[in-house]
Write a protein that binds this ligand. Sequence first.
Ligand code: DX5
Ligand code: ZN
Length: 235
Amino acid sequence: MNAEDRRRRFVAAPAPVVLPSLLGCDFARMADVLRTLENADVVAVHLDVMDGHFVPNLTYGPPLIAAWRPYSNLVFDAHLMIAEPRRYLDAFLEAGCDQITIHIEAVGQPQDLIHALRAAGARVGIALNPPTPLEAITPHLDAIDQVLIMSVMPGFGGQSFDPTVRPKIRALRALRPQIEIAVDGGIKPSNAAQVVQDGATHLVVGSAIFGDPQGPAAAISQIRQAARATGEIHG
Ligand code: DX5
Ligand code: ZN
């Protein structure tokens, strides 16, 4: 499947879309992990890229993403928790990322990054941390594909969902009825319906998938079911 087809499948996927976050998974068997996710009707994976500067943790970068690319038809959404993302955009694009999500806290003025990503034909996301007000990104909403609302401070999986971000999800949904809203951090079957009701269309999930003893496929199915148990689905 080429990039155009996998992105088309991603955009066509019915909300709420579950995006497994590759942080707490078995990195020693990534080809198998990606195959298992695709067999569970996943259409995209969320790559948690950390540089030890913007966040106090270090994960992986373009070389590993490039190694995984040939083994998967899933959309690669790189969540760049890094300082100076502009320096590395080309490397992540060449590695095969379909969407690149940058933190507004790392760039301040994202116009040139958005323009560069658009010129490369990539999808564009902007992430904001729990303390960052929605106003920090409202000037850019018409230029991007997705907003990633962090419900934990970035850097680690397995943290608890921060409910103080729920009003931000609702406010963004009210401001832009059609925009993709992803929520990232502490998403579980117990809170998935709430954030969908608030307006989330994409759920980034790490430990509730890869930490579940029943295995990723069953965990994903449980989260999808829980997320849909709400009257109101957006997107
Ligand atoms: C945190 C990452 C999240 C995290 C999600 O910095 O951006 O994607 O891995 O993992 P859980 O679902 O365990 O909070
Ligand atoms: Zn993430």
